[in-house]
Design a protein around this ligand. Sequence first.
Ligand code: SF4
Length: 364
Amino acid sequence: MTTTRQPTPVPSGTGTVAPADSGTVNRAGTAAPAGTAAPAGTAGRPGLLEVDGLTVRFQLRDAVVQAVTDLNLTVHAGELLAVVGESGCGKSVLAHALLGLLPGNATLTGHARLRRPAGERVDLVASSERHLARAVRGRAVGLVPQSPATALNPVRTGRRLLEETLRAHGRTRREAPAAAERVAADVGLDPADLDRYPHELSGGMAQRLATALALAPDPPLLLADEPTTGLDRPLVDHTLDLLRRRCDAGGAVLLITHDLAAARRVADTVAVMYASRIVERRPTAELFAAPAHPYTAGLLDALPERAFRPVPGHPPMLTDLPPGCAFAPRCERATDVCRTPPTPPAGTPGRVACHHPLTLGAPA
Ligand code: SF4
């Protein structure tokens, strides 16, 4: 399936890979060993969202941006999947692609099948803009945008935005005010601040309001694109634990983050993205204990509590990806075979796109 979307405003913003610095919590929010296993009982169970071969290209005047390439992932009800990677690797484009929020020069191929409550599946890639707007965005799939300042209506107070959202999703005029204050309190926003306009909010307050707006309709799947931007550490943890509790209550969250601490704190599964592709996808505890892809190992080595050594070099331009493995120019394990694109090798633990994954020993 190939789809070219009509122009749509796109929240934007970037981040860089940040160090992990805190412990982890289990589903009850108490201290636990790093990472968590994938949710029990997901094996063989159909996912709430199944993404298959998703590819996004942006046509520029004299170049093509390879933003997302052949991406496969599954998110189950009750699961929190974190997609991590450096700025510009394509992880935010993924969220926008799923919701039909790409600009008009984007071409989208592949499938992203969302299971509806009645069990039928809808392919988000094949869906019309009308269907996405009426039945998907906000209702079936919520989005916490990366840049709330550009996503919030500037001529409405937070209270009005929240109450309108709640009423659009079934709350009565009488119920909406109290419900709005409850949702605000859930995200750590003082109800008194709801009477401010977006331009009167700090970055952190705008972020919490955007999160409240995404949570208010109680969508089965939440895409959270850097939801902790601008928050101090206690509010970061508060927001992350809120997302974790949604999953524990049966919801699903796809968390897009540059913050490895965030992924380690709450994710069941971590997918590492590099140069438009997912290069490793593993249960969180396994990935942090024994990364298999050299890039994943590099990200973990950059953590202060580990080697505190940055990944050498820079990511490639998505308009000029090298042939074969895109990580090769930065990889100490690269050999001639890395000039061909790696696919997940048979027998490799987890899903690792590398010719010489670390857990299989030294390069041949
Ligand atoms: S495929 Fe080769 S270059 Fe790429 S990460 Fe693996 S060892 Fe390094």
